[in-house]
Ligand binder design. Structure first.
Ligand SMILES: Nc1ncnc2c1ncn2[C@@H]1O[C@H](COP(=O)(O)OP(=O)(O)OP(=O)(O)O)[C@@H](O)[C@H]1O
Ligand SMILES: [Mg+2]
Length: 253
C-alpha cells in the first residue's frame, strides 16, 4: 500500500521548485504545409515541399542545410517576397497568402527586416542613405540619426558617405544589416549574415543582430553555415531538399 503522503512524494519528485509554466509567446510566423514550385528552363522545380512550422516572438532560429536545400527560398516566402504555390503563411494573425501586394509591402516595411544573401544595396546611394531612406519613406523624422546609430553599431561610422561600390563585401554586408535592424522590426531575417566577414567582425555583427532582436522582442531567423552562430540560436532547423528534416524545438510546448 502506498500512503497518500508517499503518493504526493511520488508525484513531486526530487525537484524542490518545480518549473513554472511560462505563458507561451505568441506565434509570430506560422507556416502550414508551405510549398513553393517555380518554373525553370527544365520545367517546374519543387523548391519547398511542404513545410509546417511555428515561430514565436523572441525565438532565435538558425536554419542549416546544404546548398540548394531551399533556405533562401524559405526566407523569401516568410517575408512575402515570393508567393507560395500552396499552403499558408501567417505573420502574427494575418494570413499573408491572402494579402494584396500593397498591404504586404506595408507589412514588410513596418514589421520585417531582411538581410539578403546578395545584400541588395542601392548602388547610387551612400551607406548612410541606404539605411536612412527606407526610414524616411516610412515617415520616421529621425531617420538620419537612427541610420547613423545603426551603422555605428556594425562598426561603419567611418564609411557613412561611401557608395556600395566603394565598400568591401563585408562592409556592404554590414550596411545591409544596419538597414535591416534600423526600423526595429518584429521579424529579423538574415541570409548568411556572416558569409563575408572575418571572425572578429562576425562576432560584432552577430552581437548586433542578437541585441537588435532582443531590444525589439523580435524573432531572429538566420540562415547560416556557421555552426558557432547556430549554437547561439535558441532553436535550430535543418532543411534538406525542400523539407524540414529536423527541428530542435519540435517537442517544445
Ligand atoms: N527563381 C528560381 N527559379 C527556379 N529555381 C530556383 C529559383 N530560385 C531558386 N531556385 C532553385 O531552388 C533551389 C533552392 O534554392 P535556395 O536559393 O533556396 O537554396 P539555399 O538553400 O539558399 O542554397 P545556398 O546555401 O546555396 O544559398 C535551388 O536548387 C535553386 O536552384
Ligand atoms: Mg541561400
Amino acid at each position: 500500500m502506498v500512503s497518500p503522503e508517499q503518493t504526493a512524494r511520488l508525484e513531486t519528485p526530487e525537484m524542490p521548485n518545480p518549473p513554472q509554466t511560462l505563458p507561451a509567446s505568441p506565434s509570430i510566423i506560422t507556416l502550414e504545409n508551405a510549398k513553393l514550385s517555380l518554373k525553370s528552363a527544365d520545367g517546374m522545380i519543387n523548391i519547398l515541399k511542404g513545410i509546417t512550422l511555428d515561430i514565436s516572438a523572441r525565438e532565435s532560429i538558425g536554419i542549416l542545410g546544404p546548398s540548394g536545400a531551399g533556405k533562401t527560398s524559405l526566407l523569401m516566402v516568410m517575408s512575402g517576397l515570393e508567393n507560395l504555390s500552396s499552403g499558408k503563411i501567417k505573420l502574427g494573425n494575418q494570413d499573408i497568402t491572402a494579402m494584396s501586394e500593397d498591404s504586404l509591402a506595408a507589412l514588410r516595411r513596418d514589421k520585417i527586416g531582411i538581410v539578403f544573401q546578395a545584400f541588395r544595396l542601392i548602388p547610387s546611394m551612400t551607406a548612410l542613405q541606404n539605411v536612412s531612406v527606407p526610414l524616411e519613406l516610412a515617415g520616421n523624422r529621425e531617420a538620419e540619426k537612427i541610420a547613423q546609430g545603426a551603422l555605428e553599431s556594425v562598426g561603419l561610422d567611418h564609411r557613412l558617405a561611401h557608395l556600395p561600390e566603394q565598400l568591401s563585401g563585408g562592409e556592404q554586408q554590414r550596411v545591409a544589416i544596419a538597414r535591416a535592424i534600423a526600423p526595429r522590426p518584429q521579424i529579423l531575417l538574415a541570409d548568411e549574415p556572416t558569409g563575408n566577414l572575418d571572425s572578429a567582425t562576425s562576432e560584432i555583427v552577430i552581437d548586433t543582430l542578437f541585441a537588435a532582436a532582443e531590444g525589439a522582442d523580435a524573432a531572429l531567423i538566420l540562415v547560416t553555415h556557421d555552426a558557432r552562430l547556430a549554437d547561439r540560436c535558441s532553436r535550430v532547423l535543418h532543411i534538406e531538399d525542400g523539407l524540414l528534416v529536423h527541428d530542435s524545438g519540435e517537442n517544445m510546448s
